[in-house]
Each structure stands twice: as C-alpha cells, then as structure tokens.
Design a binder for this molecule. Structure first.
Ligand code: C5J
Length: 220
C-alpha cells in the first residue's frame, strides 16, 4: 500500500508488516473530570481526535491489522516510578496520589483505563508503560519482532510527549513510522505543530506524517 501524499514523500507499507499504535488514550488525559482537566487543561482539544481515531481503528480492525494500545501506568507500589519523575515540578497531584478518577497514573485505576470509544479488544496488544516512550521497560519490541512488524502507524496523546518519545524510540530501532496528524493532539497546539514539523523535517528524520483520510483511502 502507498500513501502518495504523505509528507515529506510517499510512505509505503504492507498491512501484515504494520502495526497501528495508539498512545495513552486514557480517561485521565482525555475525559472531562479526569487528572488532565484537574491540572487546568482543556480536554476538548484532545477529545476532538476521537472520531478520526475511531475511523482508523475500525478500518484497521476490519482488515485484520495488528493493534497496539499503550497506557502511561505505574505499579501500585510505584516501584517503577523514578523519584525524579514523581517529584518533578509542583503539581497539585503527583503520580500515585488520589485523583478525581482514582490514583493518578496507577495501573488498574478507573482513570488509567483507555477511553471506551477506543477500548482494546481481545487479541490486541495493551501495554502499561512506566515512561513516556512505548519501548522503555515494556515488551513491545519483542512482541513486534515475533510477528515481523517493520512499520508503525501512530495515533494518540500527547503529540510532543508520549507520542513523540515513542516515535523517536521506534525510529531508532529501525521502524518506518507514520504519524496521523488529525489522530494526535496536545493540550498546547503550538507544541503539536512544532512536533509534527520536526518529525518529517530533513527527509523524514523521525518519520512521515499524513491525515487519517489519506490512510483510509489507501486502505479502501
Ligand atoms: C503523555 C504526558 N501520554 N503528557 N503523557 O503524553 O505526561
């Protein structure tokens, strides 16, 4: 398959060698009343990508493509949360504190679940990741190697933090990465815009970008 209009040049992929990776579409970041909103963020910005993410996820599932979901999540005893991560800044709530939807960024808490609109199905990979990147301290690379995946299509939040880190980690591991611009978002639109530009600069130094409509047309 070929996305002839991908930037900065056409992106070619084989469905059976490509995974759709959905980063951290968890309730605490995306839903009103969650941790993200409690920090003063406008979650409607993030919610706006849900329909395009659903359209891509549905098309991908229909074609039998591999789907990977991640959650930024720590163990309840926080043994996988470096003190530097927990103590950084001066937030009103820290990782592990009781937030509006349970303990913040702790696996198994209601706020840590992926939003129902994009909930993982049996047979899909759903990973807890203690860092910003999807490869750090997770079995992701081994799981992708088992099924000979070479290409990754990214969606999710936030563009400049967990999506960016994951895509850079993947690029360094040799994966050909595509980011769907209207399926990723940030609480800070200028950060999203800068990240998207950076990925595809210098001849796709991190990877390619395209819209969900371009991908859906290629999949049709
Ligand atoms: C993600 C964050 N998922 N911004 N986390 O981007 O801390």
């Amino acid at each position: 398959m070929k996305l002839g209009t991908a930037k900065p040049f056409p992106y070619e992929f084989e469905l059976k060698r490509t995974a759709l990776v959905i980063i951290d579409m968890q309730r605490d970041f995306v839903e009103p009343g969650g941790f993200g909103e409690s920090l003063g963020n406008d979650v409607s910005l993030l919610r706006a990508i849900i329909p395009s993410c659903q359209a891509v996820l549905n098309a991908w599932r229909e074609l039998g493509g591999l789907v990977v979901h991640t959650r930024e999540a720590h163990r309840p005893d926080l043994s996988d949360c470096p003190p530097a991560k927990r103590s950084r800044g001066n937030p009103s709530l820290r990782i592990g504190d009781e937030g509006p939807m349970g303990r913040v960024l702790v696996a198994g808490e209601p706020g840590n679940e992926i939003i129902p609109e994009l909930a993982p199905r049996p047979g899909e990979i759903a990973l807890d990741k203690p860092g910003k990147g999807a490869f750090y301290a997770t079995p992701l690379q081994g799981l992708l190697q088992q099924v000979a995946i070479t290409h990754l299509v990214f969606m999710g939040v936030t563009t400049e933090v967990c999506v960016q880190t994951s895509m850079r980690e993947a690029n360094d591991r040799g994966y050909e990465c595509l980011l769907l611009e209207d399926c990723t978002e940030s609480y800070f639109p200028q950060f999203k815009a800068a990240a998207v530009e950076m990925f595809r600069a210098q001849g796709a130094i991190v990877g390619w970008t395209a819209t969900s409509a371009e991908l859906l047309a290629a999949l049709a």
